[in-house]
Design a protein around this ligand. Structure first.
Ligand SMILES: [Zn+2]
Length: 173
C-alpha cells in the first residue's frame, strides 16, 4: 500500500505499487494499463471469432480474463465459459507461468510446442493479476509455483520477466 503518493499518470492518489517499476498508479490507471496490454496482445496475436470460448478452470486468471474480455468486447461478442478446452478455446494464464514453462523446456532441450495463440493474460504478471483481484474484490485462490532461478534474477534485475517473455517469443516464432 502506498500512502500520500500520486499516480504517475493522472495525479490522483496512488494505491498500486509494482515490484518492477518505481512508477505508482491509482487503481483506475493501473487497470487501464493492464487492459491496454491485453488489447494489444489480442489485436496482434489472437484470432478472435464471433464468439469467445473461455476455459472456466475456476482460477484467478480465468476470473480476470473474463473481466477484461467483457470490458474489451462489451456486448459485441458473447463469452461462453466452457469446462473443456478445444483448439479454439481461450485459456487464461499468466506471464510467470509461461516463461517458467519455456525456460524449463529450454533447459531440458525439449522443443516447446507453441500454443500461445490460445492463451490470454500471457503478458500479465501474476503479481498484476493479484492486484486486479484485490481491486475488484475477486478471490485469489491458488498461487503459482515460482521458478527460483527466474525469481532470483528478477530480484536483481527487475524487468527480467518481461525481457524473458519477449526473447522466448523471438526464439519460438
Ligand atoms: Zn491515475
Amino acid at each position: 500500500m502506498v500512502t500520500n503518493k500520486k499516480c504517475g499518470r493522472c495525479g490522483e492518489k496512488a494505491l498500486v505499487k509494482l515490484s518492477y517499476t518505481k512508477r505508482i498508479y491509482c487503481n483506475e490507471c493501473f487497470i487501464r494499463m493492464i487492459e491496454k496490454r491485453i488489447r494489444k496482445d489480442l489485436r496482434i496475436n489472437k484470432k478472435i471469432g464471433e464468439k469467445i470460448n473461455l476455459l472456466h478452470d475456476d482460477s484467478k486468471e480465468f476470473r480476470i480474463a473474463r473481466l477484461f474480455l467483457k470490458n474489451i468486447f462489451g456486448s459485441y461478442k458473447k463469452i461462453i465459459e466452457v469446462k473443456k478446452a478445444n483448439k479454439k478455446t481461450l485459456i487464461a494464464t499468466n506471464l510467470d507461468r509461461e516463461i517458467k514453462k519455456h525456460l524449463e523446456s529450454y533447459l531440458k532441450n525439449e522443443t516447446f510446442r507453441k500454443n500461445n495463440n490460445n492463451n490470454v493474460l500471457n503478458n500479465v504478471l501474476e503479481e498484476e493479476i493479484i492486484k486486479v483481484c484485490q481491486i475488484k474484490k475477486l478471490s485469489i485462490g491458488k498461487k503459482e509455483i515460482k521458478n527460483e532461478l527466474i525469481e532470483t534474477i528478477e530480484k536483481k534485475y527487475s524487468g527480467t520477466k518481461f525481457a524473458l517473455a519477449k526473447s522466448f517469443e523471438k526464439i519460438i516464432s
